[in-house]
Design a protein around this ligand. Structure first.
Ligand SMILES: Nc1ncnc2c1ncn2[C@@H]1O[C@H](COP(=O)(O)OP(=O)(O)O)[C@@H](O)[C@H]1O
Ligand SMILES: [Mg+2]
Length: 436
């Protein structure tokens, strides 16, 4: 196989004569002067690999991800200087002084690995630390500097209309934190971030965009993430929080590739990471391959893709139920591997009739997907308002409320003095009482 390759910048094009003399396995099809030219050529399917000298262009995780998305692997020539470039997941690092045969071999190995998907999906090719480049130049392969953690990620998602994604995400995270689990709560909603406001945190803390900015430059890890996350004390426990974008028009700051790195770092510092996701899954903008434009819903999609488990929250009324049905159908199209747990929130007799849980179950059997309903969370305006006013979680301000107990049960946190299901029993007595 002869691999068509592009180079970017003078330092990379200096390798061309040597590569040409080899007469395979790589052929340089174009020497690009500018990044835009390189990207256009990649997106038109001209090449399988690019060779870029570090420093020729601002190489970011988003750029690497975009090129990998177009099926093109990125080989970075490093000069072996002590500070070196930041490591970007998915790029191959090779010493600039390497001989042409070794460079060609590194390119073909990267392409083979990409094709075999042996190191995972796009964006996760093995990478090496260019600072380790020895004087005798050979292609560099090394283990990642920090092993990925095994923390689990739970995404909380749901259709538009305020079904209660943030309320569920925040309170589940708080329950786990108070029970002693190490938890990170991430607000990745690109339409209506609200975790910061709900916890009374300053806007300026905007932790997630800050983390994404650093991650986009490469070399992001759990230590960097722990520095950015804000610590919130919850009933003797510690909840780490990455607040979201401060205005909806800042959504381009949550680039999917960078967010992916942040989520991987999260696994290494928290046993459980709960991500409050935006609702929208539309992917139309991904069809425009001729642009490097960021994708507004890319952040949500990356979170859903990375999550080990997914909670889909729907409003328990005549608008919320059909919305959730449609949203789940869309989810099945876009993330076919997702197996969401369905949760109805703001469950109340006034919206769906007497015995609302039964009504919802019956409606779900008729219209909903096969997966059953995992939880019913009762409406409780007084409890959520009190917690919002105090900038904390329900377990602080309304510890005995049925809503709090139901969310603790959803998070599988045993609450002292309550039986499993006790919340539901009380709920039937009080909420479902027949109006006189
Ligand atoms: N079980 C509930 N009972 C009463 N109000 C609720 C409940 N869950 C959420 N709310 C309120 O509904 C509104 C939307 O909830 P939120 O969690 O912000 O939704 P989303 O994140 O899906 O937009 C908020 O004012 C919240 O306090
Ligand atoms: Mg929200």
């Amino acid at each position: 196989m002869n691999i068509p390759v592009l180079t970017l910048g003078p330092a990379a094009s200096a390798c061309v004569p040597g590569l040409e003399r080899l007469r395979g396995p790589v052929t340089v099809v174009r020497r690009c002067e500018e990044l835009a030219e390189l990207v256009a050529a990649c997106q038109s399917g001209l090449a399988r690999a690019v060779i870029i000298a570090s420093g020729a262009v601002e190489l970011t995780a988003s750029l690497v991800d975009r090129l990998l998305f177009a099926g093109v692997v990125v080989v970075v020539l490093t000069d072996g200087s002590p500070e070196g470039p930041a490591i970007l997941d998915g790029a191959e690092y090779v010493a600039a002084s390497v001989d042409p045969a070794a460079l060609a071999e590194a390119v073909s190995r990267a392409v083979d690995r990409f094709d075999a998907g042996s190191a995972g999906s796009r964006g996760s090719l093995a990478y090496a630390d260019p600072r380790d480049v020895p004087d005798v130049a050979v292609p560099v392969q090394a283990d990642p500097p920090q092993p990925p953690g095994d923390g689990r990620i739970t995404a909380v998602w749901g259709p538009p209309g305020g079904p209660g994604r943030t309320t569920v995400a925040l309170n589940m995270a708080a329950e786990l934190a108070a029970a002693g689990t190490s938890v990170l709560l991430i607000d990745a909603d690109t339409y209506g971030a609200s975790v910061g406001a709900a916890l009374g945190l300053l806007d300026e803390s905007a932790g997630l965009p800050q983390a994404c900015r650093i991650a986009d430059q490469g070399g992001f890890d759990g230590t960097a993430l722990a520095r950015i996350a804000v610590n919130v004390a919850i009933k003797g426990g510690r909840l780490r929080v990455l607040t979201g974008i401060t205005r909806p028009d800042r959504w381009p700051e949550l680039r999917p590739a960078a967010l992916g790195q942040v989520l991987e770092a999260a696994r290494s510092i928290a046993d459980v990471t709960i991500v409050d996701c935006g609702f929208c899954l539309e992917t139309d903008e991904e069809l425009s391959f001729d642009t490097l434009a960021p994708r507004r819903n890319g952040a949500t999609l990356r979170c859903l893709d990375a999550a080990d488990s997914l909670i889909a929250v729907g409003g328990a009324d005549a608008v919320g139920v059909p919305r959730l049905v449609k949203a789940l159908a869309e989810l099945a199209d876009v993330v076919p591997t997702a197996a969401p747990r369905v949760v109805f929130n703001k469950v109340r007799a006034t919206a769906v009739g007497r015995a609302p849980e039964n009504q919802l179950r019956q409606a779900w059997e008729r219209f909903g997907p096969a997966a059953g309903i995992s939880a019913f969370l009762p409406v409780d305006y007084a409890a959520v308002d009190q917690a919002l006013l105090a900038g904390t979680a329900l377990l602080e301000t309304a510890p005995a409320s049925r809503l709090r107990l139901a969310i603790a049960e959803l998070a599988e946190v045993p609450v002292a003095g309550t039986r499993r299901g006790a919340g539901a029993a009380t709920r039937r007595r009080e909420v479902f009482r027949q109006p006189r």
